[in-house]
Write a protein that binds this ligand. Structure first.
Ligand SMILES: NC(=O)c1ccc[n+]([C@@H]2O[C@H](COP(=O)([O-])OP(=O)(O)OC[C@H]3O[C@@H](n4cnc5c(N)ncnc54)[C@H](OP(=O)(O)O)[C@@H]3O)[C@@H](O)[C@H]2O)c1
Length: 241
């Protein structure tokens, strides 16, 4: 009976993870959301069809107190079970128009807090529930790769700077977490979902959420020991750092 934890689970790619995971009724999902007062209708609808297998808890990944409270609140729904898949999905790209020459310290701090401190602290807090065979996925982006397209896109359109910096940092976080968790049998990878039609991806995006997440779950389910610490696309190709 696999247990999944998904952050940012109320909409976009996080919601699609929950939708696909709950198609197998033996799965349990802890669906973490920024605020229990947020936009939860679609998630609640999925939960109501999942016969008690979806537990909605609050976890604001930009707030250390909220992440620690989540670590306490998760004990009940886990009921002594291990987390098999921790999907660190929550993220923002809030100041796409800012470049390296006009980005604000506030924006840089906010992106580092939510996109980097969030998955870092979530892993630390949930460590007691991770063990041999657990897989951690840190959601990244092609914009976090120096080699894969980002240089060309920087020349063409020098935008999304704070977001790109935060995703490059989450890539390095993945490398460090994977090294430190190897001996415990915990594997950590980061993945680029592609350019997907969500609120973040926008209407011009090329992929449907079901195709991106279908591919990602296939990759996540096939992660082997030698794959830990690597960066993949949603189709399972390795991405250069
Ligand atoms: N869509 C793409 O093309 C694309 C491409 C590359 C990478 N990604 C990555 O994929 C992940 C999901 O993106 P998406 O396209 O689904 O974005 P989205 O449609 O904007 O959804 C973002 C999700 O993250 C949540 N979130 C934002 N701030 C949070 C916080 N402080 N604490 C907890 N949850 C928070 C949002 O919750 P609220 O509703 O409460 O705000 C929402 O559930 C992100 O990490 C993103 O960087 C997406």
């Amino acid at each position: 009976m696999p247990v999944y934890v998904v952050t940012g689970a109320n909409r976009g790619l996080g919601l699609e993870f929950v939708r696909q995971i709950t198609q197998d009724s033996s799965n349990t999902v802890i669906a973490a959301v920024r605020s229990l007062q947020g936009e939860l209708d679609d998630l609640k609808d999925l939960a109501s069809k999942a016969a008690g297998k979806v537990h909605v808890l609050e976890c604001n990944t930009g707030d250390i107190g909220s992440i620690h409270a989540f670590g306490d609140a998760i004990k009940g729904p886990l009921g002594g079970q291990q987390i098999d898949y921790l999907l660190n999905n929550a993220g923002i790209n809030a100041t796409a128009e800012q470049t390296s020459l006009d980005m604000t310290p506030e924006s840089l701090r906010q992106h580092i807090d939510i996109n980097v401190m969030g998955p870092a602290e979530t892993v630390k807090v949930l460590l007691p529930y991770l063990g041999k065979g657990s897989i951690v996925l840190n959601m990244t982006s092609g914009l976090g790769s120096s080699e894969h397209g980002v240089l060309t896109s920087v020349h063409r359109r020098p935008k999304c700077t704070t977001y790109s910096i935060s995703k490059a940092a989450v890539n390095m976080l993945t490398v460090h977490q994977s090294e430190q968790l190897k001996d415990r049998g915990i594997k950590v990878i980061c993945m680029d979902p592609g350019w997907v039609k969500t609120r973040m991806g926008g209407d011009g995006a090329i992929l449907e959420p079901e195709d991106s997440i279908g591919g990602m779950l296939k990759v996540v389910h096939g992660v082997k020991n030698e794959d830990t610490g690597k960066f993949y696309t949603y189709t399972g190709e390795e991405v250069p750092w």
